[in-house]
Design a protein around this ligand. Sequence first.
Ligand code: AVJ
Length: 332
Amino acid sequence: MAEQGYRLFNEGENIKFKTHQEFANDVLIGLSQPLKWLPSKYIYDSQGSRLFKEIMELPEYYLTRTEIGILESKKNQIAEQIGNSEFNLIELGCGDGKKTKILIEQFLKNDRRFHFFPIDISEDSISDFIDCLRGQYPDLRSEGLVSDYFEGLYWLSAQNHRKNVVLFLGSNIGNFTPLKAGVFLSSLWKALNNGDMVFIGFDLRKNTDMMVRAYNDKKGITEAFNKNLLKRINRELNGNFDLDQFEFYATYDVVEGAIQSYLISKIKQEVFIGELKWLFSLKANEPIHTESSYKYLTSDIEDMADKNNFEIIDNYFDPNKYFVDSLWKVVK
Ligand code: AVJ
């Protein structure tokens, strides 16, 4: 196992250069469309991740608090459903770890034999997360994988034949369009073995006001979080966006079942992106789409599991049915 507690994939390849080129490319493509858009995954640089941590603590942002409540009250049941054999606990993306720690502590308490592998493309996030876990749980066997989700999963399956339990918490799946969520789930199924499990968090459809408020907090943290996309383009691609000339707007699309977030140009303006040597125009009141956060019906979740050959083992709801953590088994 690597000394520093994590394993780097793509060694020899310049991953930072590649990520930078992809960012430049995606910005050029997105902002060239008739309906301009930017991929939300680029919000999460160090500043964006810090802002997201603040969002998780906001009174309006019910998601994190609700999921923590579910994990706290169902952790015993969840541990039982996962079964008694030795397993790999794999987390896709490392959040702040608060939720993961609830499960890890439960498994340690029950003397379960497991190895923890967080997978994330950011070396800094993995390194911080592993340091924190090793400090807090000296008995935990853990190794971070700095890689693409699927690259990490395939590597793990080739390393050992333990059962895999994959965590994808926080309704992170909600950033994918239904089409992309389908591609993601079928890739996940392919990368796993018969009997492996996935544990996925879904934010459920509910009162529209409550959902809209969660993405329009009073302190303006969500606005800063979305605007971080422009800030990042300014810093990394030498852009000259004036953040004050954009209005943040997040609305619930009842038909799509998604919160759609936008940055709307307040004025007719031109923006120059130095690295792309590109000057482009925005009309007054023209939107840039920055994020979709899908909300689900329980029937959507059943359909997604069904379609992709997963069997639902159990659904863990909070008392208000705001959120669900769904435990699925791979059927091959
Ligand atoms: C991390 C994707 C689950 O969509 O609710 C929070 C991100 N965006 N506030 C979400 C987010 C605005 C969040 N996810």
